[in-house]
Design a protein around this ligand. Structure first.
Ligand SMILES: [Zn+2]
Length: 302
């Protein structure tokens, strides 16, 4: 009796495991998602909004808060990439590692910069090279959406309507932020329109909205500050009475604090550019990142 009882429990367990086992396999097959692998969190979030559908899984190679320019891909990144349907990167030399990364993979690729007009870096070792940080301007963010909608539609024509519809909704939200930026800058006294940051990552924002951009180094991967640039920045802040200076979330603000101490200006806070914050941070999506930056700049310069 007891033996029979145990056998029937064992039978139930085998049945339970085998059915759940089968179920999980069949569920996986039924909902096989296409993996869109993206180089950094900001771009991944934009693509997530455009491809919003059960058919797609969007993953960023670099995680929130990680320095992106000089990232070193891991073996698990390569395994992920081999399963991806498409790899999307920014280009303009932003991801120093991406050429080598995709060279050994049979994966389709979308590079946003192929369809964008660059702003060229005017000084230092990077002179004449494109500034990669175009997404930092909401106006260019709208262009990113158009490029992604078009490129994904080319790869998956049956999903064109979905991408277009999602893209339009998303662009609406970006337009609102674009208007808020314009309104703020237009109401700011002309001699207060200075954006002093650590990295020269705000050229597109500065150009699109009429700010003067000042920075301690041109591109993130080379955080070398020359004494001349430091001296120039300090003297400009004193001369123009710039009320606040800023830094970025993925770099150390140590050098900017030297500027603060030398000039008596205030440190306005960290802006987000190359990476989103973690989920509970102030810039956990591209839209929140732009709003956060506007808020920090407003608070500093007003
Ligand atoms: Zn950068």
């Amino acid at each position: 009796m007891r033996k029979k009882f145990l056998l029937s429990i064992l039978g139930c367990l085998i049945f339970l495991f085998s059915t759940t086992g089968c179920k999980s396999i069949s569920t996986k097959n039924e909902t096989k998602q296409k993996l869109i692998l993206v180089s950094f969190t900001v771009l991944a979030d934009i693509i997530q909004n455009i491809s919003k559908n059960d058919d797609f899984l969007v993953k960023s190679i670099t995680k929130p808060g990680i320095e992106v320019h000089g990232y070193k891909p891991t073996p698990s990144d390569l395994i992920n990439a081999s399963e991806a349907f498409v790899f999307v990167d920014n280009g303009f030399g932003f991801e120093i590692w991406s050429e080598k990364f995709v060279s050994n993979l049979k994966v389709q690729r979308i590079t946003i910069a192929d369809d964008l007009e660059p702003i060229l870096i005017s000084e230092d070792a990077y002179k004449g090279k494109p500034n990669p940080h175009a997404w930092i301007s909401p106006k260019r963010g709208i262009l990113y959406v158009d490029i992604i909608v078009e490129s994904l539609s080319e790869l998956m024509p049956s999903k064109t309507e979905l991408f277009k519809k999602n893209g339009e909704t998303y662009k609406h939200k970006l337009s609102k932020i674009d208007q808020d930026f314009s309104l703020f800058i237009n109401n700011l006294e002309k001699d207060k329109r200075y954006l002093v940051s650590c990295e020269g990552a705000f050229s597109y924002l500065a150009k699109d909205y009429g700010l003067n951009e000042v920075y301690l180094w041109p591109v993130n991967a080379e955080s070398q500050i020359t004494p001349q640039r430091m001296a120039r920045t300090i003297s400009l802040i004193k001369k123009k009475n710039v009320p606040a200076v800023f830094c970025e979330s993925t770099v150390s603000n140590e050098s900017q604090m030297v500027v603060v101490n030398e000039t008596g200006t205030k440190f306005g806070g960290n802006l987000y550019v190359d990476s989103l914050s973690s989920d509970n941070g102030p810039a956990n999506s591209y839209l929140e990142m732009l709003k956060h930056n506007l808020e920090i700049i407003k608070r500093g310069l007003e």
